[in-house]
Design a protein around this ligand. Structure first.
Ligand code: 3PG
Length: 213
């Protein structure tokens, strides 16, 4: 798929290939959070649909920092997908794919990173039209070694691994030719968010950004 949204998302991932996975519920914090990550040099973020106000947070973040590429994560159903699109998401991330979710993802015009945990799942998704998949949960499924092995027979399938990755392991993932970006919560300072200490949120994210430069 090539369209403006596709270019926006993949240009953003090229400029900064670490994607903070953020679980947030306070809509009043959303704008400040978006600004803190953007000012830290982070160009994308995934907001998980795991809180009652996650969708409203996506809308508020997008409104405050339109250039920040926002993905909706934890998409488990076609309804989740519809709501995420309506909220203004730029891309879609799923931890896994079901027989009902798959057709909805295939008809989505936004970039989609469907979840795969095995080579068979990744190949099936590629055959269904997805060139980029989320490798989840990355560390629990063999991490860098597994992705390196999968890359030998299937170098055309590109991955965004998430799950258990941290600042120490991220560079090894990013060094693989079949990895376009890595996601995770290690660059999200939850304590600072709870304290609404936006300076510290930015500092933690900037450190993570610097560590992969
Ligand atoms: C998730 O689903 O929460 C993401 O994969 C992030 O995982 P992490 O908290 O282990 O980085």
């Amino acid at each position: 798929m090539t369209n403006a949204k596709h270019d926006m998302v993949f240009d953003a991932l090229k400029s900064c290939p670490i994607v903070p996975v953020i679980t947030i519920d306070n809509v009043d914090d959303a704008a400040k959070l978006a600004t803190a990550f953007w000012d830290a040099g982070i160009s994308t973020a995934e907001i998980t649909l795991r809180t009652p106000n996650a969708l409203a947070c996506i809308t508020a973040m997008k409104k405050s920092v339109p250039a920040l590429c926002l993905g909706a994560g934890t998409i488990l159903s076609a309804d989740d997908l519809d709501h995420a699109i309506a909220a203004g998401s730029d891309f879609i991330v799923t931890p896994a794919v079901s027989s009902t979710l798959l057709p909805a993802l295939k008809s989505c015009t936004l970039p989609v990173f469907p979840g795969a945990a095995t080579p068979s799942e990744a190949l099936e998704l590629y055959d269904q039209g997805f060139e980029h998949v989320k490798f989840f949960p990355a560390e629990a499924n063999g991490g860098v070694k597994a992705l390196k092995s999968i890359g030998s027979p299937m170098p055309h399938i590109k991955f965004m691994p998430t799950g258990g990755i941290n600042g120490d392991s991220a560079p090894s993932y990013l060094a693989l030719p079949n990895v376009v970006a890595v996601g995770g919560s290690w660059m999200v300072d939850k304590a600072a968010i709870a304290e609404q200490n936006w300076e510290q949120v930015e500092k933690t994210a900037a450190q993570a950004r610097k560590a992969i430069s």
